[in-house]
Design a protein around this ligand. Structure first.
Ligand code: LLP
Length: 436
């Protein structure tokens, strides 16, 4: 997790900077990202997969899935740690390019890329476009016909293994919008191979997110390798991308598979699958997002009101903070679990079970469904919610006209804003009925 310690007075210190100092400088809520932690996770993943791949006579590339948290600083951190970047819209592509990323190191996904987005990607020199539909093949064919370059493409397939939180349900999720069914893919690849300027490099599949264990990946790899082998009869298939989705710990109850074990488990499954089929192992790529940034983020809130609500049996203490589903929609969207800790001080040694909620006009506006906080937690205290680095800022909104918090990077005792917080002026600026 983000390097969180307690100082001499019990105050929380994140990346060498105390929570109080962060809040004095940036206010609350504030989304804190530990740069060192992002870099460590990026490089740990890269090294683990590179070494597992080298052990099997191939290579591995890690694409950072930008959807988890994207801004130019993050792009620079992960690319300087040797990662590629995966984007899935024209907007994400612009952020990666604005950060100075080498376009050749980018992968571009998405089930409904527009002609404009595809043109921009081809013109910018995006390394790999992951094709998701027959219509997209024809769109790309038309675009590439107007240029004199080549475009490398992969084909996204649905292996029929779809991860469902901590488990995977084999074949249960064929009916979804992404990619090609395994049975439809060979015809699509044949069509790609007919088009001058399109270079088919391999298959891509992604089985879901927040996956624990290697079984789902192994099963998916084995199914995709059957198709991979079939495609070899029509030409070279140098690569295979097995997607992202590596699970992280949100609370103490989560026990994610260590990265080295994951890398060894997945890569060896591919190697065994290739050996069994008598085929050459392709160059591998992966695209984790959450596993790189999730645990590097901590959101700091200020406690506003506290109330004990009398229930039929007993009562429940509600602790309200000055943010909520606008800065972290995941509990409302997915019933996601988080933890909370007092950040300004250690607090009294008498934990009380509470529900931490936000300030929005919805009863589903939960920050942490159940947590033990010191009994003397009071208005004005700071609360830290760890593991908010992934899919919080990207899913944020201005619901109830609450401005989005700033994103602040901490590293070696220093802090700096990497994404400005919104002001009320920012929010009013889009209202065409007033002049500012
Ligand atoms: N590659 C593809 C094609 C993806 O669709 C995704 C995530 C990833 C990679 C990265 O997955 P990760 O390693 O971050 O799990 N909003 C949800 C997660 C949506 C994931 C969408 N695709 C959440 O907050 O849990």
């Amino acid at each position: 997790p983000a390097s969180i310690e307690r100082g001499a007075d019990g105050e929380m210190i994140i990346g060498g900077v105390s929570a109080d100092e962060l809040v004095r400088a940036y206010g609350t809520p504030v989304q804190v990202i530990d740069e060192g932690e992002v870099r460590r996770r990026a490089s740990t993943l890269r090294r683990a997969f590179e070494s597992a791949a080298a052990g099997q006579g191939t290579t591995a590339r890690i694409y950072y899935a930008g959807k988890a948290l994207l801004n130019t600083s993050i792009v620079r951190w992960v690319t300087s740690e040797g990662l590629n970047v995966d984007v899935c819209t024209g907007g994400e592509l612009e952020v990666a390019l604005a950060a100075g990323a080498d376009a050749a190191q980018l992968g571009f996904h998405g089930n409904n890329k527009s002609v404009l987005e595809l043109e921009r990607a081809v013109e910018a020199g995006v390394g790999t476009i992951v094709i998701d539909s027959l219509i997209e093949i024809e769109r790309l064919a038309a675009i590439i016909a107007r240029t004199d370059g080549d475009q490398r493409v992969m084909l996204r397939v649905n292996s029929g293994v779809h991860a469902e939180t901590h488990d995977f349900l084999a074949t249960a999720h064929d009916d979804q919008k992404f990619g090609f069914a395994l049975g439809d893919a060979a015809a699509a690849v044949a069509r790609i191979r007919e088009i001058p300027g399109l270079v088919f490099v391999g298959l891509h599949c992604h089985i879901g997110s927040q996956i624990f264990g290697v079984a789902g990946f192994r099963e998916s790899a084995s199914r995709v390798l059957d198709l991979h082998q079939e495609l070899l009869s029509g030409g070279d298939v140098p690569q295979l991308n097995l997607g992202g989705g590596f699970g992280i710990a949100y609370t103490r109850a989560d026990d994610p598979t260590p990265i080295a074990e994951l890398a060894e488990g997945i890569v060896s499954a591919v190697a065994e699958g290739c050996a069994a089929r008598g085929i050459h192992i392709p160059a591998l790529s992966f695209e984790p997002g959450r596993a790189i940034v999730g645990n590097a983020g901590v959101t700091l809130y200020e406690v506003g009101t506290i109330k004990d609500v009398t229930l039929e049996a007993g009562s429940r203490r509600y602790v309200s903070v000055d943010g909520g589903m606008s800065d972290n929609a995941r509990p409302a969207l997915y019933g996601a679990q988080y933890s909370a800790r007092l950040a300004s001080r250690e607090g009294s040694p008498d934990p009380v079970l509470v529900r931490v909620v936000g300030k929005h006009c919805e009863s589903g506006d939960i920050v942490v469904d159940h947590e033990y906080l010191p009994g003397d937690t009071a208005p004005g205290d700071l609360l830290a919610v760890p593991a908010t680095g992934a899919y919080c800022a990207p899913l944020s909104s201005n619901y109830n006209h609450v401005p989005r918090p700033p994103i602040v990077a901490v590293r070696d005792g220093a802090s700096r804003v990497i994404v400005r917080g919104e002001s009320m002026t920012d929010l009013l600026a889009r209202d065409a009925g007033i002049e500012l």
